[in-house]
Design a protein around this ligand. Structure first.
Ligand code: NAI
Ligand code: CS2
Length: 485
C-alpha cells in the first residue's frame, strides 16, 4: 500500500477534517482541478463543512493534463494538504471537501458526462484558465473558429473542450427531465459568469436552438470574484510540507493565508452556505471583480513582465527592489484606482497597501514566469480596459504603457541577456511571426496591439506611448525603465 495522508498517522498538531466525510455527496462537479481550486473553493467548502451538517462534496475533474494529480488524489481518498504561509509562520491543514476525482483517460468522456448528468449535481464550477472559455478576445463571445470548438461541433457527444462537456451534460439533463444547475466560473475573467454564459449558450445554439433556449431559461451563471495567491507546487514546496507532515503528499499546495470570495447570489438549484466560511454573497460582483482584476492582477502582470526582464524569478524578489515597489503602488493608485467605481466605503488606498504586503510575502515562491503566461488572454481586463478609460478622460498612463511594452518585449522570446524565454500563450505562433517580420524593434508595437482586435487601441496617442516605453526598454533595460517612472 502507498504510504499517504489517508492511511498513516499525521503529526497531531495538524488539523484533520472534523466532520464525517461519509455524509458528503458529489453535488458539485469541478472542472480544472489545479492548484488554485484546491487552495480556494475546496478550502471554503471544507470550512463550511466544519460548521454545518451539510452534504455538499466536490467531484474533481481535469480534462487535459493532470492525470497523475487525479490518480494521486484518488490514492489518498481525495484528502489534500494546504500550507498557508506567512513570512514567519506556516499553518498546515488537511481538507476533506473533495470526494471523487476523474480524468477522461481513466473513465472516458462518457464517464465524466454521466457524472455531470447525475440528478444530485447542482453546481458545475470552473477554474479552466482564461483560454478554457474558447472566446474571442475582443468580443468576449464564443470563438467559433477555435480548434477545440470546431472539433466538438463535429463530434458533440464526445467533447474535448470544457464548453463542449458542459453543453453535452446539459443536453443529457434536459432530455432526461432532470433539474437544472448552476455553472459557476471561478477564473480571473472579466464578468466571468457572463462570459461562461455566452460560451455555453453560444455553443448550444450552434447545436440545437431548443437546447439553447432551455439553458437560457433554466441554468444560471453567477459572476464571482476569487482571490488567493497560489503559486504552482514545486519539489521544494512539496518537500517542505512533507517534512512537517511526516509523510509525502503529492497533492499538497502552498498559498498565502489571505482568501476572498465574492459571489453573485444567483443559483438555479441551491448552494452551500459558503458565507459560513467567509465568502460574501452579493447582488452585483462586477465592481469587486474589476477592482481585483485591475489593481491585483494588473500589478501582477506588470511585475511579471518587467520583473522577469529585470532578472527576477519571483514576485517577492521583484518587490524587494524599492523601484518596483514604488512603481507598482503608482500603477495602482494613479492609474488603476481612478478607473473604478466602487460601493461607498471602499478604501482603495488601503487595498493597494494590503496588496503590496501580500506581493512581498517572501515565503511564496510565485514565479514571474508563471504569471507571465497567457498574456494575450489577461492583458485586456488587467491593463487595456484602463487604458481606454484614460484615453477617454485625457489622463496619463505611463505605468500601464510600460507594463504593456514589457509584455511585448517578453513575448519576443529572448531576455535582456539574449537567453531564450519559454513563452506560453495560445498566440505564441503569431508572436513568433511578428518578431520574424520586424525583429526586436519598435516596429512590432502596432502588430502586437492588433492581436487584441480592439480598434480603440490603434489610437495614435496610445501607440506613441507604448512605442516610447518599448524603446526605453531596448535602450536601458527593465530595471532602469521602472526606476525612471
Ligand atoms: P493550474 O495550472 O494549476 O490548473 C489549471 C487547470 O485548468 C488544470 O486543471 C488544467 O487541466 C485546466 N485547463 C487548462 N487549460 C484548459 C482548457 N483549455 N480547458 C479546460 N481546462 C483547462 O492553474 P491554477 O493556479 O489552478 O489557476 C487556474 C486559474 O484559476 C487561473 O487561470 C485563474 O483564472 C484562476 N485563479 C488562479 C489563482 C492563482 O493564484 N493560482 C488565483 C485566482 C484565480
Ligand atoms: C496571477 C493570478 O497567475 C496570474 O496571472 O495574477 O493567478 C493571481 O495569483 C490571483 O488572481 C490572486 O488571486
Amino acid at each position: 500500500m502507498i504510504r499517504n495522508i489517508a492511511n498513516c498517522k499525521i503529526n497531531s498538531a495538524i488539523s484533520y477534517p472534523s466532520y464525517d466525510r461519509k455524509r458528503l455527496v458529489a453535488r458539485i462537479v469541478h472542472l480544472g482541478c489545479g492548484a488554485f481550486h484546491r487552495a480556494h473553493q475546496a478550502v471554503f467548502t471544507h470550512h463550511m463543512l466544519e460548521k454545518t451538517n451539510s452534504d455538499w462534496g466536490i467531484c474533481e475533474v481535469s480534462l487535459f493534463s493532470g492525470q497523475t494529480g487525479i490518480q494521486h488524489l484518488k490514492d489518498q481518498d481525495c484528502l489534500c494538504t494546504i500550507a498557508e504561509k506567512e513570512a514567519e509562520k506556516t499553518e498546515l491543514k488537511i481538507i476533506g471537501s473533495m470526494v471523487d476525482a476523474l480524468h477522461p483517460e481513466f473513465v472516458g468522456q462518457q464517464g465524466i458526462l454521466a457524472t455531470m448528468a447525475q440528478p444530485q449535481v447542482a453546481i458545475i464550477s470552473l477554474t479552466i484558465t482564461e483560454k478554457g472559455y474558447c472566446t474571442d478576445i475582443a468580443s468576449g463571445k464564443l470563438d467559433e473558429n477555435n480548434a477545440l470548438i470546431q472539433q466538438d461541433l463535429a463530434n458533440p457527444t464526445e467533447p474535448t473542450s470544457a464548453i463542449g462537456y458542459i453543453v453535452e451534460a446539459l443536453r443529457l439533463r434536459y432530455e432526461r427531465g432532470l433539474p437544472p444547475l448552476t455553472v459557476m466560473s471561478c477564473d480571473n475573467v472579466k464578468e466571468n459568469g457572463n462570459v461562461a454564459r455566452e460560451a455555453v449558450v453560444g455553443f448550444a445554439r450552434l447545436r440545437d436552438e431548443k437546447l439553447a433556449q432551455w439553458i437560457e431559461l433554466n441554468v444560471t451563471f453567477p459572476c464571482t470574484m476569487v482571490d488567493r495567491i497560489v503559486p504552482a507546487a514545486t519539489s521544494e514546496s512539496l518537500g517542505e510540507i512533507a517534512e512537517q507532515l511526516g509523510v509525502y503528499d503529492p497533492c499538497a499546495i502552498t498559498c498565502e493565508p489571505f482568501r476572498q470570495w465574492v459571489i453573485e447570489d444567483n443559483f438555479a438549484n441551491g448552494r452551500p452556505n459558503w458565507d459560513l466560511a467567509g465568502a460574501q454573497f452579493v447582488k452585483d460582483v462586477v465592481p469587486f471583480e474589476t477592482m481585483k482584476l485591475r489593481m491585483l492582477n494588473g500589478s501582477h502582470s506588470f511585475l511579471a513582465y518587467l520583473g522577469y526582464l529585470g532578472g527576477y524569478a519571483h514576485i517577492a524578489d521583484t518587490m524587494a527592489n524599492s523601484d518596483y515597489r514604488q512603481a507598482v503602488l503608482g500603477l495602482m493608485l494613479q492609474e488603476q484606482a481612478p478607473t473604478l467605481t466602487m460601493p461607498i466605503g471602499t478604501d482603495l488606498s488601503q487595498y493597494a497597501h494590503l496588496l503590496i504586503k501580500r506581493f512581498s510575502n517572501p515565503s511564496l515562491k510565485h514565479q514571474t514566469w508563471q504569471i507571465a503566461m497567457d498574456g494575450s488572454q489577461k492583458l485586456p481586463q488587467r491593463m487595456l480596459d484602463s487604458v481606454t478609460y484614460h484615453l477617454t478622460n485625457g489622463s496619463d498612463y505611463p505605468h500601464l504603457a510600460l507594463g504593456i511594452a514589457g509584455w511585448m518585449r517578453y513575448v519576443s522570446g529572448k531576455d535582456e541577456q539574449d537567453k531564450l524565454i519559454d513563452v506560453r500563450d495560445p498566440l505564441v505562433e503569431q508572436f513568433k511571426s511578428i518578431y520574424q517580420q520586424y525583429g526586436v524593434s519598435i516596429d512590432v508595437v502596432p502588430a502586437l496591439l492588433a492581436v487584441f482586435g480592439n480598434p480603440l487601441l490603434a489610437n495614435p496617442h496610445f501607440v506613441r506611448a507604448v512605442t516610447e516605453a518599448y524603446q526605453q526598454l531596448l535602450d536601458c533595460g527593465a530595471r532602469r525603465a521602472v526606476a525612471a517612472l
